[in-house]
Design a protein around this ligand. Structure first.
Ligand SMILES: NC(=O)c1ccc[n+]([C@@H]2O[C@H](COP(=O)([O-])OP(=O)(O)OC[C@H]3O[C@@H](n4cnc5c(N)ncnc54)[C@H](OP(=O)(O)O)[C@@H]3O)[C@@H](O)[C@H]2O)c1
Length: 287
C-alpha cells in the first residue's frame, strides 16, 4: 500500500550501481506512509559516465529534492557538489546531495553519524574516547568511519587493509592519530582495542569470507560489522559467541537514513513504524 502520488508529491531517491537491492526505498517509504507525508522515495541507477549530467539535470530541486548516494558514486558526488559540509569533506565522500531552489547542489555525509548512532543504540555504554578503535578496510566506508571516530574522541584509529599503501595514504589524509597495518599484523592492531569495525566488503553474502582470528581482541571490545547481508554476519556471530557486544550494519543504515529523511521532507522520521523489523523481513526474502 502507498499514498497516492499527487502533483505536489516530493520525490527523493537513492542512486547507486547496482541499486535494486537497496533497503533505502523500503525504509524511507515506510516513514513517509507512517507520517502521512505526500512524498515518494525511489531508486535510480545512472550510467557511471553520465553521473555529472544526471546530477546537473536535477539542479533547482524541481525534479527531486535530494539524493542518497551509494557505491560507486560517493566520492564523485562530493566532487560534483557546489558546497559540502565539513563532515562530508573530512569523509572524502557524500552519501547525501540536496538540490537547493537557487540551483546549488549541497553535499553531506551522514554515514559517520549512522555508525555512532548504531553504537549508541546497540552498545550504549561504549565510548569512542575510552580506547583505540581497529577498523578493517581503507575504502570509502573506512574513511568515513575513521573520521567520525576521531571526531568522537577516539585516542587512536588503527586501519588494517589488504593494500597497506591505501591505508597509509588514508592515515596521512586524516588529521589525527591514525596508524596503518597489514593483515599479518592484525593481532598487534587489535591489542587493547575498545572496538573492531569491519568496513570491508568481506563477509558479504556470496562473497569472500572474512578470516580474522578474534583472540587478540579484549573481551570488553565491541564488534561492529557494516555488512548486513546476511544478518548477523559470520563475524558478528563469532563475536557474540565469544561474549562481545555486537553492533550491526542494518542499524547503521537506518541511523544514517534518518537525517537524510529530515533533509528531504523537513521533519524527523516518525517513531510509529518499526523500519528495522521491515528491513529484517526484507533481508530474509532477498538474501
Ligand atoms: N551499513 C551501512 O550503512 C554501510 C554504509 C557504508 C558502507 N557499508 C558497507 O561497507 C563495505 C565497504 O564499502 P566501501 O564503500 O568502503 O567499499 P570500497 O571503497 O570498495 O572498499 C572495500 C574495502 O574492502 C577491502 N576488500 C575488498 N575485497 C577484499 C579482499 N578479498 N580481501 C581483503 N580486503 C578486501 C578493500 O581492500 P583494498 O583497499 O585492499 O582493495 C577495501 O578496504 C561495503 O560492504 C558496504 O556495503 C555499509
Amino acid at each position: 500500500m502507498s499514498l497516492p502520488i499527487t502533483g505536489a508529491t516530493v520525490v527523493a531517491a537513492v542512486i547507486g550501481r547496482p541499486v535494486r537491492h537497496s533497503l533505502s526505498p523500503l525504509i524511507h517509504n515506510a516513514w513517509l506512509m507512517a507520517a502521512g507525508i505526500d512524498g515518494a522515495y525511489v531508486a535510480f541507477s545512472p550510467a557511471e559516465p553520465r553521473l555529472a549530467a544526471f546530477v546537473d539535470g536535477l539542479r533547482g530541486g524541481g525534479v527531486v529534492k535530494g539524493l542518497n548516494v551509494t557505491v560507486p558514486f560517493k566520492e564523485q558526488a562530493l566532487a560534483l557538489a557546489d558546497d559540502a559540509s565539513a563532515r562530508a569533506r573530512r569523509a572524502g565522500a557524500a552519501n547525501l546531495l540536496l538540490f537547493r531552489e537557487d540551483g546549488r547542489v549541497l553535499a553531506d555525509n551522514t554515514d559517520g553519524a549512522g555508525l555512532l548512532g548504531a553504537f549508541a543504540a546497540q552498545a550504549p555504554r561504549w565510548r569512542a574516547a575510552d580506547a583505540p578503535v581497529t577498523v578493517l578496510g581503507a575504502g570509502g566506508a573506512a574513511r568515513g568511519a575513521a573520521a567520525a571516530l576521531l571526531d568522537a574522541g577516539a585516542p587512536e584509529v588503527r586501519l588494517i587493509n589488504r593494500s597497506v599503501g591505501r591505508a597509509e595514504a588514508l592515515a596521512a589524509a586524516l588529521d589525527g592519530p591514525v596508524r596503518a597495518f597489514a593483515w599479518r599484523d592484525a593481532a598487534k592492531a587489535m591489542a587493547g582495542a575498545g572496538a573492531l569495525v569491519n568496513a570491508t566488503t568481506l563477509g558479504l553474502a556470496g562473497g569472500e569470507p572474512l578470516r580474522l582470528e578474534l583472540d587478540p581482541l579484549p573481551g570488553s571490545a565491541v564488534v561492529m560489522d557494516m555488512v548486513y547481508r546476511p544478518l548477523p554476519t559470520p563475524l558478528l556471530e563469532r563475536a557474540r559467541d565469544r561474549g562481545h557486544l555486537i553492533v550491526d550494519g542494518l542499524e547503521m543504515l537506518i541511523r544514517q537514513a534518518a537525517p537524510s529523511f529530515e533533509a528531504f521532507f523537513d521533519q524527523a522520521p516518525p517513531a510509529s513504524v518499526d523500519v528495522r523489523a521491515l528491513a529484517l523481513a526484507a533481508l530474509e526474502t532477498v538474501p
